[in-house]
Ligand binder design. Structure first.
Ligand code: ADP
Length: 440
């Protein structure tokens, strides 16, 4: 409020300055008088220009500028000259006793040039009293202030309801999660970000619950798989101790086989945890994948000879790839043992190795029980078993595919399964074909 009056004065003075500048520029021009009249009319000022001969006046005829005598003008001319050709004179015209309301006038004078002669340009204005205006503004500001306070209260209420309270609730729920309580309410009617935050928390809570469940399953499965061979070992050992006749080679072989199974399980678990923690580095070499598969297939001859399996091989020779030989053997053997385990009564397995675009593809196909479409993703998870009661025919820890997945991902290989229930499955992986430089 207190700034209003000086601001008004400053603004008026600036306008007068502009008027004086424009008048100075138009001095001596043909349209000089028009310019002066227009200026005085549009900016509500009074202008007088005097160069000794010419005396032009424009604007508000009641202003004291018209009554100025020539000796007063000469006096003003001198003062202006002494003040670097510009002089401002403010006069209080009227102030009622005890009242702040004042009427002020401003006279601005500058020296210009008219036809080579110095001319005094005088601009005069009267400032209107501000009190009435201030009073009106005060009332208006009071109402505006009240409206702003009400708007702020409404805004605070809305923000509190839709932002602060949901955030406090989400925070409470996040604390509950860390205390092991995973039940999160699905909330709607919140502002978008709070809703998204709530959904993220819900998702995180679900993921943690899944991970917890997987951990429990893993412990249950591992304990079960450890207990079975241990029970066998203990049982056979006790039996042989009690009944000397039972100390046969076959029974000793059972103990060795079960100990071997235990060792596979423990090794596989260690392997998987190392792979998942990225603690295993691949030993990359360029090798002939066709020869590697042929070599591995030799050990499956026994299934053909003893168990009546038919293992067909279609293997393109000399397909070079880059990878970790031992790890890729592990993957292939896992595919093979699964094919033999899950082939059902169709004891037939096809192994196909071929060039496919710029890749080498290895496929192991069986004609067994197959895998339902919705489970084909899950089987690559640690310890996922479709048939929980399945008794394994081969040494298998139940985490073979999880290990295969980690190895293939480390190789950035393409891999997957195509399967139809009761028709069989094709497990495959593909690696870029390496074309060796033949030399000249
Ligand atoms: P395991 O065979 O020891 O149970 P894997 O990790 O090798 O463990 O396989 C995970 C699961 O995927 C198996 O329990 C089985 O349900 C399913 N599976 C794997 N290979 C096949 C296959 N060739 N045919 C049908 N199901 C399969």
């Amino acid at each position: 409020m207190y700034l209003l009056e000086p601001m008004y004065e400053k603004y008026s003075l600036e306008t007068m300055n502009q008027v004086a500048s424009k008048a100075m520029i138009s001095l001596g021009q043909d349209n000089f008088t028009d310019v002066i009249y227009n200026l005085s009319a549009s900016d509500d000022v009074c202008i007088r220009i005097y160069d000794g001969n010419t005396d032009i006046m424009a604007g508000n005829y009641g202003s004291p500028l018209y009554q100025m005598k020539y000796d007063e003008i000469n006096q003003l001319f001198k003062l202006t000259k002494e003040n670097n050709n510009e002089f401002v004179q403010k006069t209080v015209l009227k102030q009622e006793a005890g009242q702040a309301d004042i009427t002020k006038s401003i006279l601005l004078s500058r020296i210009g040039e008219n036809d080579g002669k110095p001319a005094l340009i005088m601009v005069y204005t009267r400032l209107s009293p501000m009190n009435a205006t201030l009073q009106t503004l005060r009332v208006q500001l009071f109402y505006i202030g009240i409206m702003l306070i009400v708007a702020m209260l409404i805004l605070t209420y809305v923000m509190n309801k839709h932002i602060a309270i949901p955030l406090i609730n989400i925070n409470e729920e996040a604390k509950d999660i860390s205390d092991g309580e995973y039940d999160i309410d699905e909330k709607t009617n919140q502002y978008l970000e709070a809703q998204e935050l709530n959904e993220t928390l819900l998702q995180a809570s679900n993921d943690i619950q899944k991970a917890e469940q997987a951990k429990r399953d893993l412990i249950a499965n591992v304990s079960h798989d450890l207990r079975t061979p241990l029970t066998m070992i203990k049982g056979y050992g006790e039996m042989m101790l009690d009944l000397p006749d039972e100390k046969t080679d076959e029974n000793i072989q059972v103990i060795i086989d079960e100990a071997q199974r235990l060792s596979y399980l423990v090794n596989d678990l260690l392997d998987l945890s190392k792979l998942q923690e990225n603690k295993i580095e691949l030993d990359l070499v360029t090798f002939d994948l066709s020869s590697m598969i042929l070599e591995q297939l030799k050990k499956y001859n026994v299934y053909e000879v003893q168990d009546g399996f038919e293992i067909n091989q279609t293997i393109e020779p000399n397909l070079m790839v880059q990878g970790d030989l031992k790890r890729l053997e592990q993957v292939f053997n896992n595919f093979m043992s699964n094919a033999i385990n899950y082939c059902g009564t169709h004891k037939k397995v096809d192994v196909h190795v071929y060039k496919h675009n710029d890749h080498v593809r290895v496929e192991v196909k069986d004609y067994g029980i197959g895998i339902p479409k919705d489970k084909q993703k899950d089987i690559w998870d640690r310890y996922y078993k479709l048939d929980k009661t399945h008794v394994r025919a081969l040494n298998s820890s139940g985490i073979g595919l999880a290990i295969a997945k980690e190895i293939l991902e480390l190789h950035k290989a393409v891999y997957g399964v195509e399967s139809e229930e009761n028709e069989g499955s094709v497990f495959y992986f593909g690696l870029p074909l390496i074309i060796e430089d033949q030399g000249i």
